[in-house]
Structure formats: structure tokens, C-alpha cells
Design a protein around this ligand. Structure first.
Ligand code: DGL
Length: 282
């Protein structure tokens, strides 16, 4: 059981920004990454639909098999984390949430920008985060419409992405935001652009990516459940997608600098039963 892989999923390639931290902190663990690219973006979908997709993806990962699930997607966590824990009580599940708490603790201007998806902003989990941790702090939220699609298309540095980000950031910068929360796992891939655009802000802006905290939590849960690997050799990662395999392979190459084989995750109907993975080339 301890050598069984850790499952990681996202609607698309965003979770790779969490996976790279997982691989660093837990270098002996094996991972299975599943990108639900047939259904990306999750952000504009209803919570009921995101729950149904997340459940199907979890079945797909359990069939690999996996010993723990990291929901490397803020939107799926916001809509489906409690549901997944109910549906899969034997599976430890680690989720994500926008880092509102650390941002509220460290802002000096009392003004924090939050970039996330509509699905995350419209969730109970986000409302509860705000109620618990954002008292006395003003949050400037933006659902970044179209940004996930641009990043999925590999456009992390181009003009179109720069213009969109500029439109998103301008009101935040003008308001005096000094802390920016990346509440979607796709967004760390536009960090170079964000840094460039924020360089002209009147005050320095600190960007918070929750991935390192999520990865430490994953290690804690593995340790508490006695599931840490005992292997001493480097772990391996398998990559699965519900979309075209070539798309995920080129994203891994572009974003993680690795050439990998990608498998296709297939299921007849998302609720009809456990899906399977085809080996590359089948
Ligand atoms: N990467 C996802 C997140 O962290 C979702 C992006 C999407 O599919 O809309 O929220």
C-alpha cells in the first residue's frame, strides 16, 4: 500500500503547479496526475456538475490505484471536497483553498487581491473563509474570465494574456493592494507576467501561491495515515488526461520541462462505473 501512488487531479494543467512541489517535497513517492481536459474549464460550471465530474475522476484514479487524493484545483475543492470525502470515506483527500488567511495576516495596506474562478468565489467554502479570516481586510476579487483557457492553450506569456492580466490587475493596483492571492492552480504559470505587470505598482505586491502549504499538508496526512512510501529510489509519475494526450504531453514539456508519455483516461459515462486507463499507444 505504501508504494501505491498519490493521485493528483485538476480540470486541466493547473494542477501541474502543485505536482511540481509534490515531486520536490516527496521525491520518493509515485504520482498519478489526471487532467480532466475534456471538461476544462470547471470555473463556469455548476457545483452539481463539478461534483459529478470530480467523482468520476476519483473513480478513474482509484482504478490506477491511488492511496491518497490531492484535489489540485481550487474550483473542484470549493464545489466537491466535502462530497468526495463522503463518497470515498476510506480515501484520504487533501484539497485547496485560496490563501485568504495568510494574505489577511500579512497585508499592511489591508487590501488584498484575489484571483480565482467564478466557481470558487460562488462557493460556501469561500464565503466561510471570508467570514473567518478577512474581517477588517478589503478583498478585491476577480474571476479572471478567459485566463484558464489561455493558459490551457499554452499562452502563458503572449500579448493577449498580458492585456487580460493588465485589465484584471489595474483596479487592484489603483486601490492599493499589497498582497495578491493566486486562488486557481493555473495562475502560477503566468507568474513571470504578473511580476512584470506588478513591477510598476506604487507599492510592492506580495504574491501568495498556496501550493507549498498544500504539499506540506499532503505529507502530514500521508504520515498520519502511515502511508508514506518506504522507497529510497526516485518515484515516478504517470500522466493521464480525458482530452487529447498530445495536449497534456506538450504542456508538461513546456511547463515542467519534461518529455513524458501521456495515457488517455476513458469512461463510458461518468457515473456508470469505474473508468480505466489505456496504456500509451493503445
Ligand atoms: N485550476 C482550477 C482551479 O484551481 C480550475 C480552473 C478551471 O477549470 O476553471 O480553480
Amino acid at each position: 500500500m505504501n508504494e501505491t501512488a498519490v493521485g493528483v487531479f485538476d480540470s486541466g494543467i493547473g494542477g501541474l503547479s502543485v505536482l511540481r512541489h509534490l515531486q520536490q517535497l516527496l521525491p520518493h513517492e509515485n504520482f498519478v496526475y489526471l487532467a480532466d481536459q475534456a471538461h476544462v474549464p470547471y470555473g463556469p460550471r455548476s457545483h452539481a456538475e463539478i461534483r459529478r465530474l470530480s467523482e468520476a475522476v476519483t473513480h478513474a484514479l482509484l482504478a490506477q490505484p491511488i492511496k491518497l487524493l490531492v484535489v489540485a484545483c481550487n474550483t473542484a475543492s470549493a464545489a466537491a471536497l466535502s462530497y468526495l470525502r463522503q463518497q470515498f470515506p476510506a480515501l484520504p483527500v487533501v484539497g485547496m483553498e485560496p490563501a485568504v488567511k495568510p494574505a489577511a495576516m500579512q497585508t499592511r495596506t489591508g487590501k488584498v487581491g484575489v484571483l480565482a474562478t467564478a466557481g470558487t468565489f460562488e462557493s460556501q467554502r469561500y464565503a466561510s473563509l471570508m467570514a473567518r479570516f478577512a474581517q477588517g481586510v478589503t478583498l478585491y476579487e476577480n474571476p479572471c474570465r478567459g485566463l484558464v483557457e489561455l493558459i490551457e492553450a499554452g499562452n502563458t506569456e503572449g500579448e493577449e494574456t498580458a492585456v487580460l492580466l493588465q485589465q484584471i490587475l489595474a483596479p487592484m493596483i489603483n486601490a492599493g493592494v499589497d498582497t495578491l492571492v493566486l486562488g486557481c492552480t493555473h495562475y502560477p504559470f503566468v507568474l513571470p507576467l504578473l511580476d512584470r505587470l506588478l513591477a510598476n505598482a506604487p507599492q510592492p505586491v506580495t504574491i501568495i501561491d498556496p501550493a507549498p502549504a498544500v504539499v506540506r499538508q499532503t505529507r502530514r496526512v500521508l504520515a498520519q495515515s502511515n502511508l508514506l512510501t518506504t522507497a529510497t529510489a526516485p518515484g515516478t509519475t504517470r500522466y493521464l488526461t480525458t482530452g487529447p494526450a498530445t495536449g497534456l504531453a506538450s504542456a508538461v514539456s513546456q511547463l515542467l520541462g519534461e518529455e513524458v508519455a501521456v495515457e488517455t483516461a476513458v469512461w463510458q459515462d461518468s457515473l456508470a462505473g469505474p473508468p480505466t486507463a489505456e496504456a500509451p499507444g493503445q
